[in-house]
Write a protein that binds this ligand. Structure first.
Ligand SMILES: [Zn+2]
Length: 103
């Protein structure tokens, strides 16, 4: 299985899952109820995420990109605390510092 999407909001993940279903791709939703339950895990790892079969990965990523729900661009690093952030974020979830980069 390959992870093709994750987001802090279950709504976003549910939307992405619908996009995949529309494209004919079955996905598996993980971490639906985990957020906040395991304090030792990095926060990103506790986010709800979507997994697809390996063979579906590229098709799934393209479908998500077309639907504009997948991250575009590069991850960036917060210059204040060093957290690595995914490109859809415009500010650091850890310390609130805004992105230095322009999308
Ligand atoms: Zn930061």
């Amino acid at each position: 299985m390959k992870r093709v999407f994750r987001a802090a909001s279950l709504l976003q993940v549910a939307h992405a899952r619908n996009v995949l279903l529309t494209a004919g791709i079955q996905s598996e939703l993980r971490n639906q109820y985990l957020a906040g339950a395991l304090g030792d895990l990095p926060m990103l790892e506790t986010w709800p995420q979507l997994y697809v079969e390996d063979a579906d990965e590229q098709v799934a990523l393209r479908a998500l990109a077309r639907a504009a729900v997948a991250p575009a661009g590069e991850s960036w690093t917060c210059e204040h605390c060093g957290e690595v952030l995914e490109p859809q974020f415009t500010s650091c979830w850890r310390c609130g510092t805004g992105a230095a980069h322009e999308p």
